[in-house]
Design a protein around this ligand. Structure first.
Ligand code: SF4
Ligand code: SF4
Length: 67
């Protein structure tokens, strides 16, 4: 049986403006906003590598890579 592909998501605290776009667009709810709206990566194992967060982020703060 093939292993499920895993991805690594990284977010730059410095670049992120807490706009919430990545949280809204992620289809598998990988992120949970903290009190300031910063997207915490709380369910990285759910990431399907669609890169919507990376493409939609206006501040180029997110990178999605293969594990
Ligand atoms: S690549 Fe897709 S599934 Fe993974 S965190 Fe970004 S939006 Fe969510
Ligand atoms: S889309 Fe980019 S700037 Fe907006 S909350 Fe997500 S990481 Fe931060």
């Amino acid at each position: 049986m093939a292993e499920k592909k895993q991805f690594v998501v990284t977010i730059s605290d410095e670049r992120c403006k807490r706009c919430g776009i990545c949280i809204a667009f992620c289809p598998t709810k990988v992120f949970t906003p903290d009190a300031e709206g910063f997207p915490l990566i709380t369910s990285e194992e759910k990431c399907i590598g669609c890169r919507l967060c990376e493409i939609r982020c206006p501040d180029i703060a997110i990178k999605v890579g293969a594990k």
